[in-house]
Design a protein around this ligand. Structure first.
Ligand code: F6R
Length: 613
């Protein structure tokens, strides 16, 4: 996720900005840059790579007098979303006059339309980013007052932003604004700092203001004048932050994993943003670069992935078969090239990978391409190897995932797979009306996840009862079966409890032999189609004295009678149910691991990106 730092005050801005960017490095980024205003001059330096590379360039290219003399500046670490990670796409971006500069977090959804309008007025663009379009629009409207130009421009913008803008003509003040992307203002003595999170601020001051959506503020060394888009002053509370730096990076959460679990409503909103077309009952996934005719012509799907992404692919199989009538095979990527994978002319291969760097998935992509398959990527990291080699696909926009155990990437993968199935289904036999209903169901996903997160305390209580066990079974049916696999994977990787995910019906073909009063079972009983059969499977477990925790739909009290412990999930459609369900299982695994004192963000023997076979 991109990071912003801005400074205006009585000392040299350069060191504050570089120090702030270093504090934001944990968020993940691929390029960095800064702009300094000195006198009436604007100086910009940016490039791909690390903040220390930027720092070296600053020291090599800018003399000490200038470095120390500049009293105002903005800086940015970019995590690519629109356009690959290159120096041109790095922030800050400037307007057409070169006198205004801006750093931006978020996504300008209508940037294509805005760019077309601006091009017609003679604007030339140096990057592929949505952000550059916004600063050009601000420049177009600038008549000597930066606040007015920013407010006017933001009225034309659809999407999300956290921005900091400077003008060489107004060297003592910067303008910041937020909608959807967080911004915090730090109030120091004779200096004001702005950043995307407090970790970049607390070395300088602990007095902060968290901006709200639609706030626009003028920052000077003396403080912040906050208004709304219509120039009406708004008052915001000044808070005192007591977090240490480590806690600040994690947004006050104990671990990145917990932060990322709680980030899921926002991550999912980013994944869905601008991609649902209720009127046509379909999804807009332009990165697929396939016409409706080409999508209608697909005869078979093959999904290749590893680990959590593989589990997402297994849920995807249900989606593609149900909504698009497409035979779908899900393959462990590691096996793919060691068989004779049959590729027929109308097959499409989907490679799912959060990192876009997993060696086995990449090798499967290369094998499939060599055999002439149409291959699409479903990645989180923009510009990653799999994203580049597939050349077409859908980005998750989940933001960087830092905790080793994948959480928000999984739920965003499911949301994308559901949208892909909807889109392909609409090119085949799915009616517009059914498509619109599914769009409406998909729109509810962030709210469903929020409602599970509200049950954190209930899940902590259940986790407390089972934190000492050595083994655990996770059972599900239908598309809850891969969710059971994912729940077991989460538990084993971070708590070191031996956990097995099984199809509930497979249990009696062998593993039931392991059940006794020391081996609990997590039964996913909230898939309404398979509910009665799950109740029977639960009874089989109880008959072997295994304690059973039921994941049940809110209000399904009769299911609760069959189990020893309950985790509630909200009532929702069959298609969306895997997402809130897995969030409950992520929280369960997290709290068990925490109670056991495990190193949750870096579990033993695991790496975030597996780039070897
Ligand atoms: C588990 C986990 C791994 C990854 C797997 C694939 O929590 O994170 O199982 O899912 O290594 O990684 P990507 O999706 O980056 O290809």
């Amino acid at each position: 996720m991109c990071g912003i730092v801005g400074y205006v005050g009585g000392r040299g801005a350069t060191d504050v900005l570089l120090g702030g960017l270093k504090r934001l490095e944990y968020r993940g980024y691929d390029s960095a840059g800064l702009a300094l205003v000195e006198g009436q001059k604007l100086h910009i330096l940016k490039g791909t790579g690390k903040v220390r590379d930027l720092e070296q360039s600053v020291y090599a290219q800018w003399d000490a007098g200038f470095r120390d003399g500049a009293r105002m500046g903005i800086a940015h670490t970019r995590w690519a979303t629109h356009g690959s990670p290159t120096a041109e796409n790095a922030h800050p971006h400037t307007d057409q006059t070169g006198h205004l500069a801006m750093v931006h977090n978020g996504i300008i959804e209508n940037y294509v339309a805005l760019r077309t309008q601006l091009k017609a007025k003679g604007h030339m663009f140096a990057s592929q980013t949505d952000s550059e379009v916004l600063i050009h629009l601000i420049g177009e409207l600038y008549k000597g007052n930066l606040f007015e130009a920013v407010s006017a421009a933001l009225k034309h913008v659809e999407g999300t932003y956290g921005i900091a803008v400077v003008s060489a003509n107004e060297p003592d003040q910067m303008v910041v604004a937020r909608k959807g992307s967080p911004l915090v203002i730090g109030l120091g003595e004779n200096e004001t700092i702005v950043a995307s999170d407090v970790s970049a601020i607390i070395a300088h001051t602990r007095q902060v203001i968290f901006l709200d959506d639609d706030d626009v503020a003028v920052l000077t060394a003396q403080g912040a004048d906050i208004r709304n888009l219509h120039n009406i002053p708004v008052s915001r509370e000044v808070a005192q932050v007591d977090w240490d730096v480590g806690a600040a990076e994690k947004g006050g959460f104990e671990h990145f994993m917990l932060k990322e679990i709680f980030e899921q409503p926002e991550a999912l909103e980013n994944t869905l943003r601008g991609r649902l077309d209720e009127a046509m009952g379909t999804a807009i996934l332009s990165g697929l670069s396939l016409s409706p005719r080409e999508l209608a012509g697909i005869r078979r799907l093959v999904i290749v992935a590893c680990g959590t992404s593989l589990n997402a692919g297994m849920v995807g199989k249900y989606y593609f078969e149900e909504l698009a009538d497409l035979p779908t095979e899900v393959e462990q990527a590691a096996e793919y090239r060691y068989r004779n994978p049959i590729i027929q002319p109308d097959d499409m291969v989907i490679a799912i990978s959060q990192s876009g760097e997993t060696a086995d998935t990449l090798a499967a992509v290369r094998e499939a391409k060599q055999r002439g398959a149409l291959v699409v990527g479903l990645c989180n990291v923009v510009g990653s190897t799999i994203a580049r080699e597939t050349g077409r696909g859908v980005y998750l926009h989940a933001g960087p995932e830092i905790g080793v155990a994948s959480t928000k990437a999984f739920t965003c993968q499911l949301a994308v797979l559901l949208m892909m199935a909807l889109k392909i289904g609409r090119c085949r036999r799915l009616s517009r009306q059914r498509g619109s209903e599914i769009c409406e169901e998909i729109r509810q996903i962030p709210a469903l996840v929020r409602s599970v997160l509200k049950r954190n305390d209930e899940i902590i209580a259940v986790a407390g009862e089972y934190a000492k066990v050595r083994d655990f079974f996770f059972l599900g049916r239908g598309c809850m079966y891969p969710v059971a696999l994912e729940g077991a994977l989460k538990l084993k990787e971070i708590s070191y409890i031996h956990a097995e995910g099984y199809h509930a019906a497979e249990l009696k073909h062998g593993p039931i032999a392991l059940l006794d009063d020391q081996v609990p079972v997590m039964a996913l009983m909230n898939d309404l189609a398979g509910r009665e059969k799950m109740v029977s499977n639960v009874q089989e477990c109880r008959a072997r004295n295994a304690p059973v925790v039921g994941v049940i739909t809110e209000g399904d009290d009769s299911a609760a009678q069959h189990v020893n412990g309950v985790i509630h999930v909200p009532r929702c459609s069959r298609l969306t149910a895997p997402i809130p369900t897995v969030v409950a299982l992520q929280l369960f695994a997290y709290h068990v691991a925490r109670i056991r004192g495990c190193p949750i963000d870096q579990p033993r023997n695991l790496a975030k990106s597996v780039t070897v076979e």
